[in-house]
Write a protein that binds this ligand. Sequence first.
Ligand code: MN
Length: 362
Amino acid sequence: MSARGGVPDPATAASLTPGDLAAVPAAVVSRLRGAHRVLAICHEHPEADALGAVLAIAVALEQFGIRVTPVCADPVPAMYAFLPGIERIRTAPDPADDYDLLVVLDCGELERVGPVLPAFADLFARVPMVNIDHHVSNTGFGEIDWIDTEAAATCEMLTLLVRSMGVPLTVADGVLAASLLAGIVMDTATFQHPNATPRTLRAAAELVAAGAPLSDLARLLYRTKPEGQLRLFGRVLARMESDLDGQLLWSDLLESDLAATGTIGAQSEGLIDLMSQSETAQIALLFKEEPGRTRVSVRTRDGGPDATTLVGIFGGGGHARAAGATVCAGLEAARRDVLEAARRLIRGEIIAAEITPDGDTA
Ligand SMILES: [Mn+2]
């Protein structure tokens, strides 16, 4: 890629510091460089950090003549179909290939790779594994573990890795830079979450300089929705209720809403974040009706109650501002019990937290 007006020459657009690159363990680099046949795998139910990571590691290692199979146990969701190179990702390892290294990406525990694990139990037991991840809860299941909980995304770590391996970020017609930036945009909500650090921005600056389409990625990952999804949001928002002068806000997502709008449960993603934009809400709750159970998503205001305190009562987990739980009860009963606990939490009647260190935040 040549330098054009306003686009810095990627060769001279270094933003990452030597200190940033020193965070990459030499053992990871040498293990990767010594491999011949690599299986790169991310978690099931993938999002852009997982998908971007398997694609990026594949493209980067291929620059050294290493053969890589990028795998995710689930088919790529339609909303990520625009990512360049995404069609390469398979749902299972190639049974005919003789892998000598597994690279597990963005998985807090090995089981997160999904049904591929039991289906290829022998492969996972036999072949050495490098574990690259940024989740605090990572169990350290690899032969080599590189866990960086300061990284906003696994793709931030891989940007450091690729740079320290000397691979130009411009290779593969932009697939490398776009994949890496997609993961960073995904996990930071376009640099809006508090996990976006100066290093995250330095990594992203180099990717943009290498041609990664930041504006397109932000729009396609966060501001593009099927019409049915907007109608789903409309139904749920119209049903919203509040209490305690608006400090407590909630709504229900019924199974019939999905049928009426032609959507699937995963398309409720983002709805609770919209509800949590309420000026007054300390706690926003979304109750999702499912067969035989109710999923509860929780968001809390900065400086407000800890969401993990609330969901901990119901066996859930997550983060202080975003958490979730699954209640084995129908919608009415689950809503009654969770709202009662939320009222007590807002009134300061619950002080001791039963905290689950990590869990679903959906
Ligand atoms: Mn991630």
